[in-house]
Write a protein that binds this ligand. Sequence first.
Ligand code: MLT
Length: 409
Amino acid sequence: MTYINDSYLKLTAGYLFPEIGRRVKKFCDENPSAKVIRMGIGDVTEPLAPAVIAAMHTAVDELAQRGTFRGYGPEQGYDFLREAIALNDYQARGANVDADEIFVSDGSKCDSGNILDIFGHDNVTAVLDPVYPVYVDTNVMAGHTGPADASGRYGGLVYLPVTAENDFVPEFPKQRVDLIYLCYPNNPTGVVASKDMLKRWVEYAHQNGSTILYDAAYEAYITDPSVPHSIYEIDGAKDVAIEFRSFSKTAGFTGVRCAFTVVPKALKGKTRDGREVAIHPLWNRRHCTKFNGVSYPVQRGAAAIYSPEGKQQVRETIDFYLENAKLVREGLTKLGLKVYGGVNAPYVWLKTPGNLSSWDFFDKLLNDANVVGTPGSGFGASGEGYFRLSAFNSRANVTEAMERFAKIV
Ligand code: MLT
């Protein structure tokens, strides 16, 4: 028989969201008349912006004609999209990112996992706890960890707890780390990073020769003008950070699939024999070998969000979700629950009532209120006793979910 990758056997549970889906399906099969409201996985509900639809239609029509047909595109993405991203998402904010530092892809989940291809196996890696599970699971799969302990923490990873006790601000690792995953606005807690906090991480990375893997998938939800949208708004970040961005939550592309990763040309790593090597060509090589680009109509659709009407339309949808988040925050606060996040982010993080465990509260909410959320412990040991609600939903569902909460809390 063929050898398998033994590291997969170290994974302690199924991926969080399919596990929730499995439990919800079982509940629905057993309770077919229940009207379940899903506030678990952060999946968008509102239709694509008209500007996006129009651009995608036009692109499909181009593919229908011999004269405008296109086959393989550039693996890194078409220039029209890379240039629009560089201009609107970075240069307009004073972050000096060039179009050729941007790699268009089919998702930040994939990119944040795939990035490990270009880093060595001996790096010490830090993650916040709770954390988006992909960062941890992909390190386990890559063989970068030992087995999990009783709390689900894997040997070899450095966990930085973020809880109400430290205002969700992680301490710097006590030991030197090579790779640091940061996600702001944060999934799952919904808190943001101040400019000062990011400055300190960039300083840490400079002092320790570390690389920051910065996930900014939710940056479009930032409304506070003092909060940075990109790590590259911090001086010196281009020497030490890779940034992941996505159209999923910005423009409702969870099913359409388009994202991008910024790998600055200034970013360097080192070989085992101590030579400095630029990271950009490595990612370019990986991307060209293992990826054939995002489809042309999808890239045209993504570029349309940077047109004046596209900008306004996606803003309206983001504001709609932010209003949902506000209703959740206010509704739960009125019920006496402790809530966090949900201001510059689409996620509300709450302390479970009555000190219930995260999964016990999940079951109670599902059984008694037919509402689905995400147990905080699914994001890590320090998420135990917390719970995440997603604001991606219709207004009617959010309002009804709050009414149902009032009956069970
Ligand atoms: C979440 O609910 O955490 C996200 O939807 C997951 C993802 O973006 O992959």
